[in-house]
Design a binder for this molecule. Structure first.
Ligand code: GAL
Length: 736
């Protein structure tokens, strides 16, 4: 028997066993547990840290939303079975994960992996993807299980997570029976047999630096409800301004007022719907690091430009990063509220200090927001990984006046930036819709879309699906393409993102005039008629998105009110159908549409339609039973879309942009004979008045007698006009 002197302390209801021989190791069991919202428990171990995503939360828990959820279901383990060990320099959390018949999803904006069980994740923020490592623009220490629960470990440290893949030495080793009869088996499979985990399996979070931790547990009954509870706990999903659901076009980095106006005019002439124009680094007098001042040379009359663009129906978004150049008016006041290392010669703002955050926010309000700027893009707030010649990082050993450490700041920089900028808009009762290249947990209420320099098509698609488990928004943007098919398929994917964005920031001429980067740079533009055709094809894709705005906007309302992600992995809705457990390249878009984008340059793809519903092909009206695999042949830029039978889809006449007084003219399309009613949410689309109940609910109902709208709520204007009801003919096909 092991001889260990054990010291037992009772702290609150917690049992702490500190091993006196192996100094500095304390095991925590039966910790103090509190229910912080219905079906959400907080378990505190040791001394949790001061700088964590939860401690910086932007919104209170969305308590009202919990009332819409089913009663919390029993967890597959006892809360007291979640253990913690605190050692010198690290905290370790162990969560039971004993079911062989269980899959795990989450950990943020993973680009490489979908099913996470058996993986080892390194949840470090980064500007690049590293396979299936978990390193990403939005690493989130939150996961959900097909058994219907979720776990969040509240840390801004960089955890290693071992997802039920370790073999504890105190496990039931004898359970692993020898496979041979004495002869050594040497095939790869036979040798690797030994790697299979035996004994007690757990998800192990290894968190360096922490001396304690808060762990949150989210009950089901389903995986989807666990995600809802997480989003509501985070403050509820963000509601974009309605214009945020249109297209964002980002202009050439070295452009000037004239070239920006020319792009804007062409977009309107070519009837490509567009709501936002983004200016890239060249708008500033100094960009790497940032002066946050307009360039006199290229933009000498910024107010005229902003007003002209606003008059044309464009919202203007400015690129920046939060590294403050000495020529910036903010430099002096932020000098003693920054880290002890510079990035590109600029200050790294100590956003953990609310005074620094306010200086940054106030400047943005005075200089930009009050002058008509509607949003910002926070670039390079992530981190270059080791191996780069000129990393733009500040080191983990950085010191900040607030006391936050360099590793924590690295993980939180994009997140805290969002809080600062969002505070400006909230104060002015305006919604914004921005871009950010890094975030973390508890981000559901933040109106910023993640984006990336990486450009893998399949990764972009997987990131869209994975974002749904972690309260993140993702903008699979388009910069260039090697062929027209690739261009159109990429744009089609973007059109189903949380944000649709064309970001040809590094090519001087509009993307429809030449999508090949080098040719565009050399001025080798396509023949004019091809340019026009390209513009028409792009417009057709954007028009489809515009027609879905009322539907998609209402899906975002559910995100805010009930925590349901507007875009989500199919497994979230159809967990009972195990074939959905592996689908990382198709997703639910709102409640009734299954979207399966064409990959890369492909013109055909297979789509699995889950059991539990019948499905109608939106393009052809063909109807299929769930459980069917359908092969779709289409043209580039078209997207296979399947409507859940018995749904009403409100389709709007596309507009060129969403003005504050736009009234969408809607045709309610009826799929199936007994459609469920469909809810549309209507409000001013720009303010936070919806939080005080200033919105309407339109219930669209269909019976054999025809369509009917039941309207309730406190918003006194009309944004939707139902102009017709159309019963869609559907056909039973051979495959069904
Ligand atoms: C990159 C960013 C691009 C573009 C560019 C401008 O870091 O990902 O979208 O903004 O900087 O220099």
């Amino acid at each position: 028997m092991k001889k260990v002197i054990v010291l037992i302390l009772f702290v609150m209801f917690e049992i702490v066993i500190c091993h006196a021989k192996t100094t500095n190791i304390c095991d925590y069991t039966d910790a103090s547990i509190s229910e912080v919202a219905s079906g959400v428990w907080k378990i505190s171990f040791g001394t949790p840290e001061k700088f964590t995503p939860e401690k910086f939360r932007d919104e209170p828990i969305q308590i009202e939303g919990f009332k819409t959820l089913p009663k919390a279901a029993k967890l597959p383990f006892k809360l007291t079975e979640i253990r913690c060990r605190i050692k010198k320099g690290r905290t370790i959390v162990y969560v039971p994960c004993n079911n062989s018949d269980e899959q795990i999803y989450g950990f943020g904006l993973d680009s490489g992996a979908f099913e996470q069980k058996g993986m080892r994740k390194f949840l470090s923020v980064s500007d690049s993807n590293f396979g299936r490592s978990g390193i990403s623009h939005g690493p989130v220490p939150y996961y959900v299980s097909t058994k219907g629960y979720g776990i969040y470990v509240d840390t801004a440290r960089i955890p290693f997570v071992h997802v039920a893949n370790l073999m504890p030495s105190d496990g039931n080793i004898s359970a692993k029976k020898p496979t041979g009869t004495g002869t050594l088996k040497t095939s790869v499979e036979q040798l690797y047999e030994g790697q299979k985990v035996v004994g007690r399996t757990e998800v192990v979070f290894d968190i360096p630096g922490a001396k304690g931790i808060d762990v949150y547990v989210f009950a089901g009954p389903s995986l989807k409800t666990a995600v809802q509870r997480y989003n509501l706990f985070s403050g509820g999903g963000s509601l974009p301004p309605m214009w945020g659901l249109g297209l964002k076009y980002r202009t050439y980095t070295s452009g000037d007022s004239n070239s920006v106006m020319n792009v804007a005019k062409s977009i309107r002439q070519l009837n490509i719907p567009c709501d936002m124009l983004g200016l890239e680094p060249g708008w500033q007098s100094h960009a790497y690091s940032c002066s946050f001042l307009w360039s006199n040379e290229r933009f000498n009359k910024p107010q005229v430009l902003i007003d002209n663009l606003n008059d044309m129906g464009f919202r203007v978004n400015l690129w920046e990063h939060a590294y403050i150049h000495p020529t910036s008016p903010m430099f002096a006041s932020l000098k003693d509220k920054s880290g002890d290392y510079l990035v590109w010669g600029g200050l790294v703002v100590d956003f953990a200090d609310s005074r620094a955050s306010k200086i940054f926010a106030d400047y943005h309000e005075d200089m930009f927001v009050s002058k008509g700027i509607s949003g910002f893009k926070a670039d390079e707030c992530d981190r270059q990984f080791i191996g780069e010649v000129m990393p733009f990082n500040y080191p983990y050993c950085s010191t900040f006046p607030s006391g936050i450490e360099g590793d924590q700041m690295t993980q939180l920089y994009g997140y805290l930036y969002q809080h600062s900028i969002n505070s400006v808009f909230k104060k002015r009762n305006l919604r914004t819709w921005g871009d950010v290249r890094a975030t973390t947990a508890i981000a559901s209420p933040l109106p910023f879309n993640l984006y990336s320099d990486t450009y893998g098509f399949d990764e972009y698609l997987r990131q869209l699906v994975n974002s749904s488990f972690a309260g993140l928004l993702w903008s699979p943007e388009v910069r260039q393409a090697d062929s027209l098919n690739e261009l159109l398929n990429r744009i089609a994917l973007s059109s189903f993102g949380h944000q649709m964005c064309l970001n040809p920031w590094w090519i001087p001429n509009p993307i429809w005039s030449q999508y090949n980067k080098s040719k565009n740079e050399r001025g080798e533009l396509l023949p004019v008629d091809e340019q026009t055709q390209n513009a028409e094809k792009i417009a057709a894709i954007v028009n489809q998105r515009m027609s879905l705005i009322p539907y998609f906007y209402s899906a975002f309302y559910r995100y805010y009110l009930e925590g349901v992600p507007p875009i989500r992995a199919i497994v979230m809705d159809f967990v009972k159908d195990k074939r959905t457990w592996t689908i990382d390249d198709a997703f639910m878009f709102g409640d009734s549409m299954l979207v399966a984008p064409l990959h890369n340059t492909d013109l055909s793809r297979k789509v699995y339609l889950p059991k539990g519903a019948d499905w109608i092909d939106m393009h052809t009206g063909d109807k299929y039973h769930g459980g069917t695999v359908v092969t779709k042949d289409l043209v580039a830029g078209q997207t296979p879309i399947f409507i859940k039978n018995n749904s009403i889809i409100p389709l709007a006449q596309p507009v060129q942009y969403v003005a504050d007084d736009t009234v969408f003219k809607i045709t309610a399309k009826i799929y199936g004979d007994q459609p469920r009613s469909c809810i549309l949410y209507e409000d001013d689309g720009i303010s936070y008045n919806f939080k005080n109940g200033k919105f309407n609910k339109l219930q669209l109902k269909w019976s054999s007698a025809g369509g009917n709208v039941i309207k309730s709520g406190n918003f006194d204007r009309q944004r939707y006009q139902i102009i017709s009801w159309q019963k869609v003919k559907s056909f039973r096909t051979e495959g069904s």
